[in-house]
Design a protein around this ligand. Structure first.
Ligand code: AMP
Length: 280
């Protein structure tokens, strides 16, 4: 596996694969690689000839500067993990390689990006959409994979690809949980053992709501209340939102009559934890 830091070098390396007619697959990440990322890498690998992973902690998507400062990654470890899954190329540029002095362009978004994360993290999705578009342009993949863990982000990217007529197929990767149920995330390492135990109320509440839905409960309020009750068992958990949304539009729904998601974001020890389950 080769690691590139510069756009020019990466483009040269990819040119040869493209001339050979190889199908290029992209896994976008911010590093701190865990089993969630690796499952995406495996799924991607099955669907392309050459797998590229970018590792870039994108400053423009952090509305909270402290969150950016605390986002520590170990590049050597990340590279070793990706290599062990057979990822072919890693692109790990410095910030100035992507945003040189004078950079001033951004993607503007509308409806899908307004609520939920868009409300709690103003400018977040514009930062994500801009960096993903830059990386799409550098790498020009045939296919790219995004996790359902960040369901709103996935929908924003699917819409972006459709609106900008990009010739990139977007794959969806299933949300991966730890053995205890907690959705895997780079931010989990900031939780103390107590905080981590408390945070299990999130996945337990969601999975209980999903079971109720499978057993026939279609009322969104009741399903959201199952999660709220679970979270309220811990005084330490602060709820940002618990919302049942229609999968395609991300509109809030009152009755689950079509493919939907129950989205939850809660804070434990100041760490924002995102999770969701499928409803139908
Ligand atoms: P991040 O490095 O957090 O920006 O995530 C990079 C990609 O991995 C995104 O498409 C995420 O949705 C996805 N991802 C992160 N955590 C998980 C998880 N637990 N399960 C599945 N995909 C994930």
């Amino acid at each position: 596996m080769k690691v590139y830091k510069q756009v020019k070098e990466l483009r040269e390396a990819l040119r040869n694969y493209k001339l050979d007619g190889k199908k290029i697959g992209l896994l976008p990440t911010m590093g701190a690689i865990h089993e969630g990322h690796l499952s995406l890498a495996r799924q991607l690998k099955k669907n392309c000839d050459v797998t590229v992973c970018y590792i870039f902690v994108n400053p423009t998507q952090f509305n909270n500067p402290l969150d950016y400062e605390k986002y520590v990654i170990n590049l050597d470890q990340d590279i070793a993990l990706l290599a062990s899954e057979g990822v072919d190329l890693v692109f790990a540029p410095d910030v100035h390689e992507i945003y040189p002095a004078g950079f001033q362009t951004a993607i503007s978004l509308a409806k899908l990006a307004v609520n939920y994360e868009g409300e709690f993290r103003p400018g977040h999705f514009e930062g994500v959409a801009t960096v993903v578009t830059i990386m799409f342009n550098i790498i020009q993949p045939d296919i790219a994979i995004f996790g359902e863990k960040d369901f709103q982000q996935l929908r924003v990217i699917e819409q972006l690809v459709s609106d900008l007529k990009l010739e990139i197929e977007i794959l969806r990767g299933k949300l991966i949980r730890d053995a205890d149920g907690l959705a895997l995330s780079a931010r989990n390492s900031r939780l103390s053992p107590t905080g981590r135990a408390q945070s299990l109320k999130i996945s337990r509440g969601l999975l209980a709501a999903q079971r109720a839905n499978h057993a026939g409960e279609r009322n969104s309020q009741k399903l959201e209340d199952i999660v709220r009750t679970s979270l309220q068992e811990e005084a330490n958990i602060e709820i940002d939102y618990i919302t049942a949304v229609e999968e395609r539009t991300l509109d809030r729904i009152t009755e689950i009559t079509q493919p939907s998601r129950l989205l939850v974001v809660a804070r434990v020890e100041g760490v924002r934890l995102l999770d969701n389950v499928e409803l139908g």
